[in-house]
Design a binder for this molecule. Sequence first.
Ligand SMILES: [Zn+2]
Length: 330
Amino acid sequence: MSDVLRKMLSERPWLLADGATGTSFFATGLPTGHAPELWNLDEPDKVRDQYRAFVDAGCDIILTNSFGGTRNRLKLHQAEGRVAEINTAAARLAREVAGQAGREIVVAGSMGPTGEMYMPLGELTMTQGTAAYAEQAKALAEAGVDVLWIETIYSFEELTAAVTGARATGLPVVCTMSFDTAGRTMMGITAAQFVEETHKLTPSPLAVGGNCGIGPSELLTTLIGLREAAGADAVLVAKSNCGVPEFVDGEIAYQGTPELMADYARLCLDVGVQIIGGCCGTTPAHIRVMRAAMEAHTPVSPPNLETIIERLGQVSRGAEKQFRQLDEGG
Ligand SMILES: [Zn+2]
């Protein structure tokens, strides 16, 4: 069983995770509506190139191209029968690139949402959800990932199904939720509620955090809430989108500059976040500048809300309210 992530966390003050997988593939020619995961089989060179670009930019952790690799998501592309094949390829290609890096790289097996609602709101049972994640986790583990990286989760049912599904592999798990709705996930979960729920999970996550969402300023307020709820010793993960998503010509675009992402990374260090990366829109060029900024930065005390807004931009009213409550409570 791989313990490389735990080991690196104990040896280093922080680790740099990668940037966007999906949006990066769309930028290199993946047609809209296509599943990026199918490229593990159809365009392995492009997948390898992307992994390598993030390693070359200075990442310590790369996520496999398997975000939508549950049978529920692959069904949308008539590929629900190819879960093992697709996830195995995603992990093997990443392992191959990591092996050529000349330094230690954590290969994290990405597992995103099934995209379905659980009963009683939807049709999916916990047994089905857990089985779907178990199928994906098994393939990723057998192909050599170091950790299972459960991300962009918005409901407790999905979180529990994913962690329970990962259990049989014996690998450590990292869990991040997407707090994209006024300081909460789409299903209304706050950072504090997320931390409380993780105490019920087996295995207990090695690290928890936030990813995707609506931009670096909002994510940073979430991370401060997570730090408060999880305590000083918890390993936290921040993977923010590259700026606030905007509609440009009918499509979502991310226009955060490398400098903005570098400043976000510095502020994450000030909050004591140990694993920092980007989500949608974050390219290797952003990651490279983030790495340089992190290496040059000596952490200072965590920012207040005014500093976050001044340096990274506005936050939602909901996030602001939660932040003020924290400030009064602490
Ligand atoms: Zn994202």
